[in-house]
Design a protein around this ligand. Structure first.
Ligand SMILES: CCCCCCCC/C=C\C=C\CC(=O)SCCNC(=O)CCNC(=O)[C@H](O)C(C)(C)COP(=O)(O)OP(=O)(O)OC[C@H]1O[C@@H](n2cnc3c(N)ncnc32)[C@H](O)[C@@H]1OP(=O)(O)O
Length: 713
């Protein structure tokens, strides 16, 4: 856990708790006793604290957070204070990615040394808590308010060089950190110790504090969208302008407030959910799971289709060092794609992709020897089936064929081939080289090896892969579609697009559904509705009621906009209007007139609709659908649904995701009651019928987390 050794007059305490040296109770205890021994040992003049393995430490053990263990002595706070109070100089030697509590230990030390490849960061606000243990008081004294605010409120890591420039480090070294740290510790003088205690310093640039804090507050109010940790952290940093002991008390007060908040619990859940989804199984056949599967080794990937998705996917693959054959029948489109890819990679790595790594071609037969192909052509089932038939003919029979469809039937696509066991859905989210989610969809015949390979590929290219079953829209789009349906009903009943967007943005989404629709292009879903027979290019299908389609209430408002060519930002008008070259959504009198006339034509009585009703009506049907998905065995557990929404649809992270939010914030009984209430008002919308799993759980008074714990392997 922690090892102690002496090198002449230097005692070295080395954390050894693989893989990430987290500071659990055992590590803290051993570090504390090592420190005390070194202080008592007359032969020791100075002390080095460092870590073995891949990192100094990734900080506190987050698994202890929901438990009492975090308060067992020595707590992290006691350990940090013991380091600060040491009567012998303490040098912290940092390598790898050092986070949270690791930075707290470094700040309390008298000297800080790092390997040139080290990174340092304070991710606490991402866990809904505050960097305590004196971090918010010592850091501004060392690096100034501006850098402290940026590090604490963003959670982003700093490179060793950045940390050195900011004043966070005293020295950056290359190679043999142990030897260099010991040498450094030998050279430091115990007589200067008092002056090396950061707690005795004042914050540099304190005269400009008000401006810095005001500007930060304004940015954070806008950016944090309901998350309380960043603004609370700012208050703690502000307290560094007070005497150190007073500031420490304030930090503890604010720390307690966040520590016990529901948002901290939700963010902790989100942290572990992202890591739990890799432990997948198929609910209907638990023997098919991550343990029973061996992935194929993937070295080369073909990407078919060089549109926006194909380009993003290619960039992701190249960045991970895979060989890519990009295939596109349209030569002009292919050339444009190659230049986009090169520009994107130059921007990131400072170098062009190696000619060996990217081969661009109009010739399908070049895909003959790749290990896996990802098809990213236009979202049309007939086209995809044709493409898969061709791929089946030209590629090696061992090659896995993946489709980037966002909702079409994987089984129908697989049926176009002679190898349905090697066909899988790999649904990337746009922009594919930025978004971290990869929704992997198995079909009826997909083999366990194919599933494991798609999941492994996700990890290789830095994505979080979530495995789901095959159904229209899969998990993400199947649930998300209901949000937009209900948003349009709200317009019919009296809300304006900006009311709906504002309510959901206040809930925490970066953009409300109408702004998202304008960004994505309304025509995409219009084409899907036409394909599904819900509408035509000229209005409702013959003999079809305007407000009722395929057994459900239907709003034709989005179709009406599309029929006028209002597809969103790309046409300068959609639910909003846009000035040329601008992305700012401006309310549009045309849209208001269209909605007003539609209400009059169909006898809707306009009423005021509260933000609460907007949020509930847009989100509760989606959550209800999540319960159906669990019931149908299409996701391994609620974490999988939550991760899809957190990483793919901008669901506010501080609420944990839709299923966690329903379970822990709304409460399953309350959710059921609300569904019943809205169902009574809207009997022609099937999405208000509560799922039987939800009913069962609410009746038993059980929680989704308990159910999930039993269902996960
Ligand atoms: C009244 C009370 C008042 C207030 C009381 C306050 C008390 C507060 C006490 C302490 C607070 C201290 C501040 C902190 O230190 S908070 C923790 C800060 N650290 C983090 O958030 C680290 C997060 N981890 C990461 O970002 C990554 O793991 C990274 C270090 C970058 C490594 O990434 P990667 O190589 O991709 O590895 P994985 O993410 O897959 O992780 C591998 C496994 O390790 C588990 N893990 C990671 N970090 C932690 C951690 N800090 N604690 C516990 N476990 C951790 C992760 O879950 C993986 O496990 P598994 O393979 O089982 O899934």
């Amino acid at each position: 856990m922690a090892e102690c050794a002496t090198y002449g007059t230097v005692a070295v305490l080395q954390i050894n708790n693989p893989p990430l040296n987290v500071l659990g109770h055992d590590v803290r205890s051993q570090l504390m006793s090592g420190l005390q021994q070194a202080l008592q040992d007359k032969a020791v003049c100075s002390i080095v604290i460092m870590g073995k393995g891949q990192t100094f430490t990734a900080g506190a053990d987050v698994k202890e957070f929901g438990t009492e263990k975090v308060f067992w002595e020595p707590t992290l706070h006691s350990l940090v204070e013991a380091v600060s109070a040491s009567t012998k100089p303490v040098v912290t030697a940092i390598h790898g990615t050092t986070l949270g509590g690791g930075v707290a230990l470094a700040l309390a030390s008298h000297y800080r040394l790092a390997d040139s490849s080290a990174k340092m960061g304070l991710p606490e606000v991402q866990l809904g808590i505050l960097p305590t243990c004196g971090v918010t008081q010592r850091l501004p004294r060392l690096v100034g308010l501006q850098t402290a605010v940026r590090m604490v409120t963003s959670g982003q890591t700093q490179s060793a060089q950045q940390a050195l420039t900011a004043g966070l480090l005293d020295k950056v070294v290359t190679d043999d950190l142990l030897k260099k740290a010991v040498g450094f510790a030998r050279s430091v003088d115990v007589r200067g110790l008092e002056a090396r205690r950061v707690s005795s310093w004042t914050v540099p640039g304190a005269d400009r504090a008000e401006d810095v804090l005001d500007a930060a507050r304004k940015t954070l109010v806008r950016r944090s969208r309901g998350a309380i940790a960043p603004l609370t952290a700012l208050q703690a940093i502000q307290a560094s302008l007070l005497p150190f002991e007073t500031g420490m008390k304030r930090e503890a007060e604010l720390g307690r407030y966040l520590w016990t908040s529901w948002q901290a619990a939700a963010l902790r859940y989100a942290f572990f959910a992202e890591r739990t989804v890799k432990r997948w199984h198929i609910p209907r056949n638990k023997n098919v799971n991550y343990r029973t599967a061996e992935p194929m080794d993937i070295k080369s990937v073909g990407v078919l289709g060089a549109g926006t998705m194909g380009v993003g996917i290619t960039i992701s693959l190249l960045q991970a060092g895979l060989k890519v054959v990009l295939t596109e029948v349209n030569k002009a489109q292919l050339d444009k794609a190659v230049s986009l890819i090169q520009r994107s990679l130059e921007g990131k790595s400072g170098g062009k992709p190696q000619p060996m790594q990217l081969r661009a071609t109009t010739d399908y037969s070049q895909l003959r020897e790749v290990d896996l192909v990802i098809e990213a052509v236009f979202e049309d089932l007939a086209l995809k089936k044709k493409v898969f038939q061709q791929l089946d003919a030209v590629t090696n029979p061992r090659t896995i064929l993946a489709t980037n469809t966002s909702g079409l039937d994987i089984d129908q696509i697989a049926a176009a081939t002679q190898r349905p066991d090697k066909v899988i859905g790999t649904h990337f989210f746009s922009p594919a080289h930025v978004m971290r989610l990869l929704e992997n969809i198995y079909g009826r015949h997909t083999s366990v090896e194919t599933i494991a390979t798609a999941m492994q590929l996700g990890a290789t290219i830095g994505k979080v892969g979530v495995l789901v079953g095959n159904c229209p829209g899969f998990v993400g789009n199947r649930m998300k579609g209901l949000n937009f349906t209900e948003a349009m009903f709200l317009l019919e009943e009296g809300a304006e697009p900006q009311d709906v967007d504002k309510a959901l943005e206040e809930f925490g989404f970066a953009m409300g559904p109408f702004r998202v629709s304008d960004l994505a292009g309304g025509d995409v879903h219009w084409r899907r509705r036409i394909q599904a027979g819900l509408t035509t290019e000229h209005g409702p299908p013959p003999y079809t009621p305007v407000l009722y389609r395929q057994g459900n209430r239907y709003s034709p408002l989005a179709d009406m906009l599309c029929m006028q060519g209002r597809f969103g930002q790309k046409t300068g008008a959609g639910w909003y209007r846009y000035k040329s070259g601008s992305r700012t959504a401006l309310p549009d009198a045309e849209v208001h007139r269209l909605i007003h006339k539609h209400r009059q034509d169909h006898g809707f009585q306009r009423r005021n609709i509260s933000s609460q009703e907007i949020v509930e009506r847009c989100l509760f049907p989606l959550i209800n659908e999540g319960f159906r998905i669990l019931e149908e065995g299409l996701a391994t557990g609620p974490q999988d649904i939550d991760v899809i929404f957190l990483l793919g649809f901008g669901w506010p992270r501080h609420t944990g995701g839709p299923m966690y939010y329903a379970d822990k914030v709304v409460g399953l009984g309350n959710l059921l009651q609300s569904l019943e209430k809205y169902r009574a008002y809207h009997p022609r919308s099937a999405h208000w019928v509560p799922s039987s799993l939800l009913r069962k759980m609410a009746a038993q008074g059980t929680s989704l987390s308990i159910w999930a714990a039993g269902s996960r392997l």
